[in-house]
Structures are given as structure tokens and as C-alpha cells.
Design a protein around this ligand. Structure first.
Ligand code: CTP
Length: 401
């Protein structure tokens, strides 16, 4: 997660039971390489202690005592000045009201008023408080000042009631933080489409032909493009993964669905990371094929070659300025990839050896070779799929410049 590496995140924690989840958020941010300073309000301290945060961030956590301590004159200004982003999670209705009015009566709200960095809040409150016109008005006021509001979600509230007011999960808040930090990235103002996952070609209403693709590399690419500030559409075959926060998600099943989805979209670049089917059953049985009828013969036909159809190398025209493909090979990696680069009319192709145990399908790492239309080649070492995605996104940004 290089977008978080070295970033200074100031995390405000106010008085809600969701404060215990803020410790998880602080931990995740720290693990991703961010420097996390925490400010607890008095009410926040009733739910979690400064020690909790010090233990996960390895840094001092601040409380209202610091507002009146020896360094008071520095603390309230310097924390907000040094930060890349101020995140208040959970953010109660009370703190939202104070922020909207510019009230500064504790270290957190004093800091928020003095801070020059962007502000992201994750509201958390009990039934009715979120819907109250006062809260709604305060949130609107904050949004007109470009404050980012993440959530809240609907679900079980501390009172036992169900309603809107639950703080969204730390992983999701992390997604919003990434978007806030990526705002002025290399792909700001650009639209990128990423395809992911293994398509499913139906045999009958129950059975499909598919492949081992997990979608991990495609989802990592969508996240990397979001981190770079792009407007991202993820066209995805069924996977077990959670799409990154901020991506527009189009769910499809077959290669034909994927092609149709791409024909409906326009973008600056297409990254075709999906493992789309090459073959599909000639016909899909309307009803479940029964065992008692014996072993079926399932004639296959070719599925559309999506890249050829949208790159201008087939009969259509090139729909995207930059087009990137993947080559999944088990032999003659560079030669096969180079042929695909040309035949599919791509700007570059990422070739990976799917026979390697530490690269390709399902695993967390990848070892790719990038082959460019002008003949250049870049052989990348083994790296995480996120790192590989960042490399690919950097090349796309360069080509779109
Ligand atoms: N691809 C596509 N449409 C298909 C199949 C694949 O657009 N029906 C895309 C993939 O998303 C990938 C590239 O083409 O970006 C190469 O896919 P790959 O499976 O490596 O090659 P194929 O073209 O399917 O050829 P082969 O299976 O014979 O290696």
C-alpha cells in the first residue's frame, strides 16, 4: 500500500462504542506504513484508552490533558499542520455539530479548526440522531466545505435498534482514506476500466465452465488506479473479493457479458486483467441436465476475443487510448506474449508464467514481464500483486501524459 507509506494521518476518536474499531483502523494504517497520531476526546477516552492506540501505532496518543500541558501552545497547531489527512472515526453527532459551527472546546476540535489538511469523518451515532434535521444540516454544511463523509452504514446500533448510524468498517474507511490521499495523483481526471476474474460460461442453469483466476491482480489494479486518482470502473466476473472503495463496479458472468459491458463504457485506458473464456458451450441447456440421461456431449464454440473486438485489431475500432493486456502462459512466455501484444493491438502486455507456484493464479505475488509495442521489455522481479499493479499503472500514466 505505497499510497499510505510515509503519510501522516491524524486520527480523531470521539465518544462512540465504535471507538474500539478505531484501534483496528489505527493498526491497519500503521501496518500500511503511515505515521498515525491519535487524539481522543474525553468521551472517546471512556470507551478506549490512549494506551490502546499507543500500543498499535507505537506513537504517543493525545488527550485533552495535552491541551493544558507544557507543550499546549505547539500541540494544537502542530498536529494539524503536519498531517496529510485528518480522519475522525468514529465521529459523533456532537463532534459533527461542533465542526460545522467551528466550535473548538477540546484538543480534537481545536486541532480541526487549525488544521490545513483535508478532513474525512466517519459518522457513528444511535437511532434517530443521524436522521435528525440538525445532524443532516450539519453534514451538508461540512460537505460544502469539502469535508469527506464516509458512511454511516445501516445495521444494528448500540441501543439494540436497527437503523442508519453504524460506523462503516475500518477496511472501508481505509478505502476512503486512500481516495482522499490519491486525489491529486498521476491519473487524476482520467478514466480507467479494469476487467477482473474468470468468466463463467453456462452449460445449464447449474453448471458453468470457468477457470482458476481469483481476480486478485485485477482488483489490485483497480485499487492502484484509484490510488493514482483515476475514476475507475471495475468490470468483474464472479470472485470472492471485495471491490475497492470508490470503484464503479459492473458485475458480469460470461465473456460476451464482459464485451457488452465494455461496449457501453468509454475510458482513457483499458486494463484487461480478466481471464475471459476462449471457449463456451454452443448452447446453454434451459433446464438442469439430468444424470439419468447419461453423460452429456457438450459441443463448444469460440467465445468472443474481447481485446480484439475493442482494440481495433479486429473489425471494430480502437475504443480506448491505451490498452493493456495480460498473457497467461505456461511455456515460451516472451514469444507468446509478444505475439498477443501484436495480434490484439495493445500498447503493452504483462506476461506471467502461470506454471510458477509463486506467480499467476490465486497466489498473492506475481512475476511479470512487460512488453511494449515499441519493442521495449521490462522484466520485473517477484513482487506482490499490489506492487505489480502500481508498476502497470505508472506506465499507463506515462502513456496518457
Ligand atoms: N482475452 C480477451 N478475450 C478472450 C480471452 C482473453 O480479451 N476471450 C484477453 C485477456 O484478458 C488477456 C489477453 O486477452 O488480457 C490474453 O489472454 P490469454 O488467455 O493469455 O490468451 P488468449 O488470447 O486467450 O490465447 P491462448 O489462450 O491461446 O493463450
Amino acid at each position: 500500500m505505497s499510497i499510505l507509506s510515509g503519510k501522516r494521518i491524524l486520527l480523531g476518536v470521539t465518544g462512540s462504542i465504535a471507538a474500539f474499531k478505531a484501534a483496528d483502523l489505527a493498526s491497519k494504517l500503521t501496518q500500511a506504513g503511515a505515521e498515525v497520531d491519535v487524539i481522543l476526546t474525553g468521551a472517546g477516552e471512556k470507551f478506549v484508552t490512549p494506551l490502546t492506540f499507543q500500543s498499535v501505532t507505537g506513537r504517543r496518543a493525545y488527550t485533552d490533558e495535552d491541551l493544558w500541558g507544557d507543550e499546549a501552545h505547539i500541540v494544537h497547531i502542530s498536529l494539524g499542520k503536519k498531517a496529510d489527512l485528518l480522519v475522525i472515526a468514529p465521529c459523533t453527532a456532537n463532534t459533527i455539530a461542533k465542526l460545522a459551527r467551528g466550535v473548538a472546546d477540546n484538543l480534537l476540535t481545536v486541532t480541526a479548526l487549525a488544521a490545513t489538511c483535508p478532513l474525512l469523518i466517519a459518522p457513528a451515532m444511535d437511532g434517530g440522531m443521524y436522521d435528525h434535521p440538525a445532524t443532516q444540516q450539519n453534514l451538508k454544511t461540512l460537505q460544502t466545505r469539502s469535508v469527506r463523509v464516509a458512511g454511516p452504514a445501516t445495521g444494528r446500533l448500540a441501543s439494540g435498534l436497527s437503523g442508519v448510524g453504524r460506523m462503516i468498517e475500518p477496511m472501508e474507511i481505509l478505502g476512503y482514506i486512500r481516495i482522499a490521499l490519491g486525489k491529486n495523483g498521476k491519473l487524476t481526471g482520467k478514466k480507467i476500466i479494469v476487467t477482473a476474474g474468470g468468466t463463467q460460461e453456462a452449460i445449464d442453469p447449474v453448471r458453468v465452465i470457468t477457470n482458476h483466476s481469483s481476480g486478485k491482480q485485477g482488483y489490485a489494479l483497480a485499487q492502484a488506479a484509484l490510488d493514482a486518482g483515476a475514476d475507475v470502473t471495475l468490470v468483474t466476473a464472479p470472485t470472492a473479493l471485495t471491490p475497492p472503495v470508490g470503484a464503479k463496479v459492473v458485475h458480469i458472468k460470461s465473456a460476451q457479458d464482459m464485451l457488452d459491458a465494455l461496449m457501453n463504457e468509454s475510458a482513457d485506458a483499458l486494463i484487461m486483467a480478466a481471464a475471459a473464456a476462449d471457449f463456451r458451450p454452443k448452447e446453454t441447456a434451459k433446464d438442469k441436465i439430468k444424470k439419468r440421461d447419461g453423460i452429456p456431449q457438450i459441443p463448444l464454440e469460440g467465445a468472443p476475443d474481447i481485446l480484439k473486438a475493442v482494440s481495433g485489431s479486429g473489425s471494430g475500432e480502437k475504443r480506448f487510448k491505451v490498452m493493456v493486456g495480460f498473457a497467461a502462459e505456461s511455456q515460451d512466455l516472451l514469444q507468446n506474449a509478444s505475439e498477443k501484444l501484436k495480434s490484439k493491438g495493445l500498447d503493452f502486455i504483462a506476461a506471467n508464467d502461470i506454471s510458477a507456484r509463486d506467480a499467476g493464479f490465486a497466489v498473492e505475488t506475481n512475476r511479470i514481464a512487460l512488453l511494449f509495442a515499441d519493442g521495449r521489455q521490462e522484466l520485473l522481479p517477484l513482487m506482490s500483486k499490489s506492487e505489480a499493479a502500481e508498476k502497470i499503472v505508472e506506465h499507463i500514466a506515462r502513456l496518457l501524459k
